[in-house]
Design a binder for this molecule. Structure first.
Ligand code: CO
Length: 145
């Protein structure tokens, strides 16, 4: 497997609206997408876009707020009530090849490969097998080429 670009950093928040205000007023962000629900992932999501460089989209901040009481990020927010960095997401060319790569090393993959917030296949690898970081692997969107 060849490591692709850092697509986004996932940041959990108790309030997506408060986080949007923070990114606008404190961080000077001016390109933030409208929040949308991803009920199958248990989150409400929006993206803070950093500037495009060399024709490539900038790395994004993915803001995630719990969608309901069953949200997988409720535990994280219980431990980190103000929110904070939740996961990192790297792109790969071939999601099936990447999954096999991690499986062959005995890394624990959390659930099936599924369609993520960017509409491309993703999976997550357990932080205890990834130097402490919950790691999302995402197939590079085809329109980026
Ligand atoms: Co993500």
């Amino acid at each position: 497997m060849k490591l692709g670009r850092l697509n986004h950093i996932g940041v959990a928040t108790p309030s997506i609206e408060d986080s949007i205000t923070y990114y606008r007023k404190v961080m000077g962000a001016n390109d933030i997408t409208e929040p949308f629900d991803l009920p199958e992932q248990g989150v409400k999501v929006c993206f803070v876009n950093t500037p495009t460089e060399n024709g490539m989209n900038g790395t994004q901040i993915e803001l995630i707020e719990p969608f309901d009481d069953a949200s997988p990020i409720n535990g994280f927010l219980a431990k980190n009530p103000a929110g904070g960095q939740h996961h990192v997401c790297y792109e790969v060319e071939d999601i099936a090849e990447a999954r096999k790569w991690f499986e062959d090393m005995g890394k624990r993959i959390l659930g099936p490969t599924r369609i993520g917030a960017h509409g491309t296949p993703i999976f997550f690898v357990h932080p205890k097998d990834m130097m402490g970081q919950l790691t999302e692997i995402m197939e590079t969107p085809k329109e980026a080429h």
